[in-house]
Design a protein. Structure first.
Length: 548
């Protein structure tokens, strides 16, 4: 759009149309809208000009990778508000903008009707119309050019043809459309900058997620589960209607400072440790825990899941155990304490001595960024298209924006879920940066008024343009007071509300199915014997779920 009091504005002085308040747009056009394949993007704008001449406007759109624009006519709604819409048909980034102009041909047609009604002499009007039509010939393809010349000839032969034929020719909508398509675009005002919409697969908007620890799916108590055991569970999960099966980290677990049962700082013999303590002699983020099986076993599991229309989702946790190869190979990627030791993760009063977070302010931040992106690349090569990202709000926002843009340039079908237990402004910012879905506050909204108020915010405010909530019920870390004290009825109500109030929902499957509601201690919202730091492997498989 024009900028006042500038040389640029003076040079565009003949572009008389003004475009304002283009909606929807996110943060002054800095970020993209979100849609899924098959949805429509509805755009409104205030469009006006000086004088009383007629205006025309189009909504222009294209895939970012394409050069040619497609156009749809915008419709005036009154009070200078115009609307247009287009359908997004494949994953990727679409660009769109609004263009408007003073339409001389439309103005001529409207004035002609008024003059006919007033019984005025129309001799000059027919010649004016012919001139406007002929001006479009130079920019027309051969077929359109022939149609335009024919119409112009009819108007110029005004004395040799009937007025009925003249009026019919002038008012032909197909002719008007052709003139518009072939008009001189030098006087068109185009909204700048271009706006964007990120288009994801339908699963990004609509789907049911089931969480399960792969190590706890063995059918014999005390035995470590394997990918083969998980594969055996797939038909049951598919039968329940779940679209995504999410695994917490499947990587080797560190042994140094390994946590024990219920986050105890000392690990007893045989305790498996937390899966989020990633990295050991067997490898790091690009390796699988040996007791789960091999990479080939994982690929087979993912392929079998896809046959049953289930996507495997993996946890991406940018955390390292003291035994992770990164700690010895890239010590510069971690923050040091004054005594020279590496700073472990903590959220006072909680301490996670078995986990080292990365330092996103380190001198080699570019090398760190490239390596972290390569973790996604590796698992994409193994067939994974859905990722749950652990605590993204504790990592650099700029990293996520760069990383997701790079990944989705090659793989627009990717889905990223933000496990962000944080403030609304931060949740929404992560969504704007590229996270496809997000955790939210649904589990703590239990009364009718609480649910109505929160769901209204998520679905009826501007955040609906970019923030997709996944209405989760519980996680291995969170057992709400509602589930602890509401017994079986609370689990049933939670599932029904999550599955019907939102397009995407989530359960920490086995614990939810079995109505596990024992907290670690009174007042706590953590599970007793949580699977993420359980003293024994345990097993869920074979135990019956509740039925509604």
């Amino acid at each position: 759009m024009r900028t006042s009091n500038s040389l640029e504005s003076m040079e565009r002085g003949r572009q008389r149309a003004v475009i304002e308040v283009v909606l929807p747009k996110i943060a002054a056009s800095r970020y993209a809208l979100k849609r899924t394949v098959g949805e429509r993007v509805v755009v409104e704008a205030d469009i006006f000009a000086d004088g009383h001449e007629a205006l025309s406007a189009v909504l222009k759109y294209r895939l970012e990778k394409d050069e040619a624009w497609l156009e749809v006519a915008m419709i005036p709604l009154g009070s200078d508000c115009w609307r247009g819409e287009f359908e997004v048909r494949e994953p990727g980034v679409y660009c769109y903008t609004v263009a408007a102009w003073v339409d001389r041909f439309k103005t001529w047609r409207q004035a002609l009707l008024n003059r006919i009604g007033a019984g005025e002499d129309l001799a000059n009007e027919w010649l004016t119309g012919a001139g406007l039509i002929e001006a479009a010939v130079a920019r027309a393809n051969p077929e359109d050019a022939a149609r335009l010349r024919e119409a112009a000839l009819v108007l110029r032969a005004r004395e040799a043809v009937t007025q009925a034929l003249l009026v019919q020719t002038a008012m032909d909508d197909a002719l008007a459309e052709t003139v518009t398509r072939c008009m001189d675009r030098n006087l068109v005002t185009t909204c700048e900058p271009e706006l964007r919409v990120v288009v994801d697969p339908v699963l990004a908007r609509f789907g049911a997620w089931y969480e399960m620890f792969s190590r706890s799916c063995a059918r014999e108590p005390g035995r470590h589960g394997t990918f083969k055991d998980c594969e055996a569970e797939l038909p049951r999960i598919a039968e329940m209607g779940f679209d995504v099966l999410y695994f917490p980290p499947i990587h080797p677990i560190g042994r140094t400072l390994r946590k024990g049962k219920n986050n105890q700082p000392v690990c007893q013999p045989g305790e498996p440790g937390s899966p989020w303590g990633i990295g050991a002699a067997e490898g790091g983020h690009k390796a699988v825990h040996p007791e789960l099986g091999t990479l080939e076993d994982f690929r087979q599991l993912a392929a079998r899941a896809r046959e049953l229309k289930i996507e495997i989702a993996l946890d991406i946790a940018f955390l390292c155990s003291p035994d992770h190869p990164y700690v010895t190979e890239h010590l510069e990627w971690f923050r040091k304490r004054p005594d020279g030791s590496i700073q472990y993760a903590e959220n006072p009063p909680k301490k996670y001595q078995d986990i080292f977070p990365f330092d996103f302010e380190c001198e080699d931040w570019r090398g760190l960024w490239r390596e972290l992106k390569s973790i996604f690349d590796f698992w994409i090569e193994q067939g994974v298209r859905v990722f749950r990202v652990d605590n993204p709000h504790t990592k650099a926002f700029t990293f996520w924006e760069w990383c997701f843009a790079e990944l989705k340039r090659e793989h627009p079908e990717l889905i990223f879920l933000a496990e962000a237990f944080t403030r609304p402004t931060v949740k929404y910012h992560l969504a704007r940066l590229g996270f496809t879905q997000s955790y939210n506050y649904f589990p703590w909204r239990n009364t009718r008024d609480e649910l109505a108020e929160y769901l209204t915010e998520l679905t009826r405010s501007s955040v609906a343009e970019f923030f997709r909530p996944n209405l989760w019920t519980n996680t291995p870390d969170i057992l709400t007071q509602y589930l602890q004290h509401g017994e079986r009825a609370a689990f049933m109500a939670g599932l029904i509300l999550a599955a019907t109030l939102g397009a995407s929902y989530w359960i920490y499957g086995p614990a939810f199915e079995l109505c596990e509601n024992r907290p670690r201690e009174p007042g706590s919202e953590e599970y007793l014997d949580s699977r993420n730091t359980r003293s024994s492997i345990g097993t869920w498989a074979g135990r019956r779920s509740f039925e509604i």
